[in-house]
Design a binder for this molecule. Structure first.
Ligand SMILES: [Fe+2]
Ligand SMILES: [Fe+2]
Length: 126
């Protein structure tokens, strides 16, 4: 994964690296494989967000609400394009090829980075 995206919290970094791998798989998939690759990315994102939300709850993170609502927005959008992709594959393709990375990147830089900073200070105090 791009160094700039590394947050220094092993669990989050591992999940983000998996996301990027699945996104690459989806970008390179063709025909019927595209929908299953998109579905795998969606399932991974559900787990990814649930895992971060569990971490936030466990550590009583101050930014939980804002972070959760960002997750909900990203996930609803991804689900919307996945449903579209079933009937109109080019719409799903354009989301995967042109938007998904940018959306993810912005979330990691702006939102996940704050959580990572908080968790690192929590871990240092433990
Ligand atoms: Fe994340
Ligand atoms: Fe997040």
């Amino acid at each position: 994964m791009n160094e700039a995206l590394t947050l220094g919290v092993a669990e989050m970094d591992a999940i983000h690296a998996e996301f990027l791998t699945l996104l690459e798989d989806a970008k390179h998939s063709r025909g019927n494989d595209f929908l299953s690759a998109f579905e795998a990315l969606l399932a991974h994102t559900e787990t990814h967000f649930a895992r971060e939300e569990a971490l936030m709850r466990a550590h009583r993170y101050y930014g939980l609400q804002e972070h959760e609502s960002e997750h909900e927005t990203l996930l609803s959008e991804m689900r919307y394009f996945f449903e579209k992709a079933k009937k109109l594959p080019p719409m799903g393709r354009s989301y995967i090829d042109d938007y998904a990375f940018e959306k993810f990147h912005r979330h990691v830089i702006n939102i996940d980075s704050q959580l990572a900073m908080f968790l690192k200070s929590e871990f240092a105090r433990a």
